[in-house]
Design a protein. Sequence first.
Length: 151
Amino acid sequence: MKELKVQPIKDGTVIDHITPGNALKVLKILGLLEKQPDSIISIAMNVVGKRGKKDIVKIENRELDPKEVDKIALIAPNATINIIRNYEVVEKRKVKVPDEIVGIVKCANPNCISNTKEPVQPKFIVKSRNPLKIKCYYCEKEPEDISSQII
Ligand code: CTP
Ligand code: ZN
């Protein structure tokens, strides 16, 4: 088995098949290091799996709520979430783009209420999933490049 570049974990969550190069953005969106600075996290980037290049994020001793992880579908639409218990994959699920995206993507319209001093979090509504199209809930502007607008 020359595939495993990172050690298996005993318990926790493995986010696999992340679009190559996006592992750090995934971590940022999850906000794990802010919420739990002592999280044990390993990252592999641009490793070659059975289906080509991918990034992987492994979080030990934390079973992430799949709903919470769905936020990363914006930048890693093919990612899978694997819950690991005692070295076994006990649950595997693909990420799903949530219906509403709150506080993750910034609106590109400088006059949008979400970009003023008002305490309004940016919010987007999903118009289509494939291809992914979202529009600002407030001003209806559609981001051209979603990943560059991630907060
Ligand atoms: N994994 C891990 N620690 C474990 C078990 C699995 O880090 N104790 C990781 C594997 O390295 C892999 C992911 O969790 O990146 C999913 O494991 P598994 O389902 O066994 O791998 P595949 O069959 O290759 O998954 P898929 O079909 O989703 O590609
Ligand atoms: Zn807007």
